[in-house]
Design a protein around this ligand. Structure first.
Ligand code: KG4
Ligand code: ZN
Length: 346
């Protein structure tokens, strides 16, 4: 696919059909990670830098958008320089510059977008805007040779979707959450039982030493491939209240919650696989780092499916997945006037 530089007619062929090695530098700043990466031909990570703001937001119990945007501003040049230095490449060696355009926090997204556009302008190379959700899916291409078609389970802080990935650029959302995303449910339940932000990974740790059968929690019944986690969250709230201030069996609550979530996700994923007749399945998004969800999805191998999950460092927000998405042209935005967006337009 031909891409044009920002302010000149310099045309460059990008992607698997370009006939030469592509080095894409990408920036990611949609939430609380400032990241920059350089990826060769959509799969080989030659530099990967992530500056996390968790320490800053921890004391507030969640991400404060204005503070996050300011921290991105402080970090963006540092991560770009570090990526150049890790790779040994110079600006002129980069084939195209990419950044996440949305969904995410607008003030945060603007930092990465403007930095990437500026680099494109300085080095007279194309700019490629990327959808954060598509980027999470493309994390599966990093350091692997997996190719579509496959079924994907995308589980992040903001989204829960089952996606039919027919080709690099053709994807259909089969179902999604009608209320809370899985990551959101993890963070809210973690908060309920007194775990500090970000609660998801902490809840996962405690769940691993608890009894998953200790409490029966409700699995919501919604349409074919859709999900609902707000009822489950309320059930945990009731359970916590029932202890009336007495010491909570925290590990058992975590394990029971985790069992309910992972069972629901994999049940629907299996149904989608069977209906479509696909033989490959992938998981993606921050919650794909979850031990039990990973385990249950990998158990599908026993049923004959080929399963892939990104390495842990490519599950949570990073820029290597953005570079891969730009290379494979997965629903990208190539208009130089592209603006950031906070939510997927429905
Ligand atoms: O994909 P991501 O990094 O950011 C978004 O695009 O949303 O996902 C962040 C989410 C948070 O809700 C975090 O609590 C959750 O992923 N998360 C986990 C685990 N690691 C990260 N949730 C459950 N278990 C984990 N191990
Ligand atoms: Zn994300």
């Amino acid at each position: 696919m031909e891409k044009v530089s920002l302010f000149s007619d310099n045309k460059v062929l990008i992607g698997p059909d370009s006939g030469f090695d592509n080095y894409i530098m990408a920036l990611e700043s949609s939430c609380d990670e400032t990241a920059c990466a350089i990826v060769k031909n959509g799969r080989e990570v030659v530099a990967n830098v992530v500056a996390s703001q968790i320490k800053t937001h921890e004391k507030f119990g969640g991400v404060i958008p204005e503070i996050a945007a300011r921290e991105h501003l402080d970090a963006v040049n540092v991560v770009v320089e570090e990526a150049f230095s890790q790779s040994g490449l110079k600006g002129k060696d980069i084939t195209a510059f990419a950044s996440t355009v949305g969904p995410g926090l607008v003030g945060c997204l603007l930092v990465g977008l403007n930095a990437a556009k500026t680099l494109s302008l300085v080095y007279d190379k194309p700019f490629i805007g990327v959808n954060h959700l598509n980027a999470h899916l493309c994390a599966n291409y990093l350091d692997t040779d997996i190719k579509p078609p496959f079924m994907a389970l995308l589980v992040s802080g903001g989204h829960t979707q089952i996606i039919d990935v027919e080709s690099y650029s053709k994807q259909t959302i089969l179902g999604e959450t009608i209320d809370d995303a899985v990551g959101e449910a993890y963070d809210k339940v973690a908060r309920l039982i007194g775990l500090p932000y970000p609660g998801g990974p902490k809840l996962d740790k405690l769940a691993q030493v608890g009894n998953p059968k200790a409490f029966e929690l409700p699995i919501s019944k919604v349409g074919d491939y859709d999900f609902s986690f707000s009822g489950l969250k309320t059930a945990v709230l009731r359970l916590v209240k029932s202890f009336d201030g007495k010491e909570l069996p925290t590990e058992d609550i975590c394990a029971s919650f985790q069992e309910c979530v992972s069972k629901t996700l994999v049940k629907k994923l299996r149904k989608a696989l069977q209906e479509k007749g696909y033989k490959q399945v992938v998981i993606a998004g921050g919650v794909a780092a979850n031990s039990e969800i990973r385990k249950k999805v990998f158990d599908l191998e026993k049923e004959g499916y080929k399963v892939n999950a990104p390495a842990m460092k490519y599950c949570t927000d990073n820029a290597a997945m953005v570079a891969s998405c730009a290379y494979f042209n997965t629903n990208t935005f190539d208009d130089i006037d592209v603006e950031v967006f906070s939510r997927v337009k429905g």
